[in-house]
Design a protein around this ligand. Structure first.
Ligand code: NAD
Length: 264
């Protein structure tokens, strides 16, 4: 699109220093939205990329380092974003981690961490963002769930439980705001080649003693009929669509972009 239709709006994207979150942040900035980034690791490069994406429309970019495990840090992040930009108009709950183990071997601390980051953080950001969205009678809440919010895979109990929970939370928030200008929807990607998935490719290659290329082929072949990764750019375009006028009555959907994974 790139028509700057989000100029004057502010988006906050959790977990946006890499991967899908960064792709969505760039897509929203390219439509003119101010963007608050969040996440760990190097921040200079993602800030520069999002700034460049929004430069033509004068979009401003900020960074909040809150840990999505910690409700008090989430509160500070939301308060700082509101202080700087007036309010958060577009909230993208994207931060997420994975841990792979059978249920009986699943470390309890990892279970708690996956649930906190992948599910509870969205509850906190949403409850904190809603009052200002209601006053403005406009808001877009986009939860980055997963195909694992719709179907399961073995050894991903915490992730699958969190993502199914996030899809459920999406529907409740959509219903509670169904008569106003606030929509809430979920995006459910299949495989996207980000650091989160590269770790799983590396583990597969090491376990089977195969090349990275062969491990990638097997990973896709097990689940994704298109044999193609979905890209952060494609997911960014879907997020932009959810923010646009054509999506005003799209409420509470869990939209998979998964190369046919869930169609099987
Ligand atoms: P990624 O590892 O590239 O990015 C994760 C982001 O979350 C990073 O910015 C990281 O710093 C941040 N993060 C991690 N823990 C955090 C914490 N405690 N507090 C704040 N930020 C934190 O991963 P990705 O693949 O881009 O995943 C993004 C989202 O997409 C996740 O919710 C993931 O479950 C979901 N997803 C990914 C895929 C895939 O194939 N990659 C598929 C479906 C869904």
């Amino acid at each position: 699109m790139n028509t700057a239709f989000l100029k004057g709006k502010t988006a906050l994207v959790t977990g946006s220093t890499s991967g899908i979150g960064l792709g969505i942040a760039k897509a929203l900035a390219a439509e003119g939205a101010n963007v608050v980034l969040n996440g760990f690791g190097d921040t200079a490069e993602p800030l520069a990329q999002v700034q460049a994406a929004g430069a033509a429309h004068g979009a401003q970019v900020a960074y909040e380092e809150a840990d999505m495990c910690t409700p008090s840090e989430i509160e500070t992040m939301m308060a700082n974003a509101a202080k700087r930009f007036g309010r958060v108009d577009i909230l993208v709950n994207n931060a997420g981690i994975q841990h792979v183990a059978k249920v009986e071997d699943f470390p309890v601390a990892q279970w708690d961490k996956v649930l906190a980051i992948n599910l509870s953080s969205a509850f906190h950001t949403i409850r904190l963002a809603l009052p200002a969205m209601r006053s403005a009678n406009w808001g877009r809440i986009i939860n980055v769930a997963s195909v694992h919010g719709l179907v399961a895979s073995a050894e991903k109990s915490a992730y699958v439980a969190a993502k199914h929970g996030l899809v459920g939370l999406t529907k409740v928030v959509a219903l509670e705001n169904a008569t106003g200008g606030i929509t809430c929807n979920a995006i459910c990607p299949g495989w996207v080649l980000t650091p989160l998935v590269q770790k799983q490719v590396d583990a597969k290659a090491a376990a089977a003693g195969i090349s990275n290329e062969e491990a990638t082929k097997r990973l896709l072949g097990e689940k994704e009929p298109s044999m193609q990764f979905t890209t952060p750019e494609e997911l960014g375009a879907l997020a932009v669509f959810f923010c646009g006028p054509a999506a005003t009555n799209v409420r509470g959907v869990a939209w998979n972009m998964d190369g046919g994974w869930v169609a099987q």
